[in-house]
Design a protein around this ligand. Sequence first.
Ligand code: AMP
Ligand code: FE
Ligand code: FE
Ligand code: ZN
Length: 278
Amino acid sequence: MKIDLHTHSRVSDGTDAPAALVRRAATLGLDVVALTDHDTFAGLDEAQSAGAEVGIDVVRGIEISAERDHNSVHLLGFGIDEQDPALNAELDKVRQGRSDRLSPVLAKLAALGLPLTPEQVYAQVGDSPSVGRPHIADALVAAGYVADRTEAFDRYLADGGPAHVPRYAIGVEQALGLVHAAGGVVVLAHPWGRGRRAQLPPDYLATLVREHGLDGIEVDHQDHDAPTRAELRRLARSLGVVVTGSSDYHGTGKVDHELGCNTTDPEQWRRLQDRIRC
Ligand code: AMP
Ligand code: FE
Ligand code: FE
Ligand code: ZN
């Protein structure tokens, strides 16, 4: 049984349509795939219809852009009441904040000698309801300023980079409360990837579990090397939370993140499902 609980379609910053992503998952032999686009549920109906056609189980999910002390923290949510008004109001604010940030980023890029029009960025947005940094990165690639998304982030767009502009994000604890109130469960995505470890130390993860009911931790992820995975797995087990593994597939938007490159143990998925209330 192959289970991948974290993927992105062109409804956020991936490059496959939701149905195409699901068909690819079936071709690659996955049994369960969750679509977890950033801050939107908009691709889920299409993904689920495709799952019914090709005979694989599509899990309705989301990856929420939260923050702790102005550092970005990603939370995977599953089993959520997608009509929940309080959660949707926050997701609206995140998406709006992302779109509002476009002009100040373009001003910074212009000052750096990399002029882009909003239209050049919108050409990269796919079916996403908001304009994120990956789309700006893709516009920089299309304009020939950089070779790929990674170079765009490393040189300009990464947190603290010369063209970075902060945007609204939900507090981690607030997001946990909103998802739980909407019947869902929360898995902390790639907590120790990309130098985030210092921002999310073990005692903080313990607090999230004990005081805020964090349900799971994504351990097997491409941003975690082998020693990091081993240590995080030990910590997750000692805290009694569910351990997940996933690809964080983005189509051609991220290399080395093929569907199913990491998977979740069926027993862990069962535990997570048991915690869903909706
Ligand atoms: P935004 O929510 O618009 O600020 O953009 C966040 C998105 O950018 C997420 O999909 C991240 O995976 C991606 N991202 C953030 N930092 C990097 C980085 N250093 N390299 C590549 N992608 C990144
Ligand atoms: Fe992404
Ligand atoms: Fe993420
Ligand atoms: Zn992701």
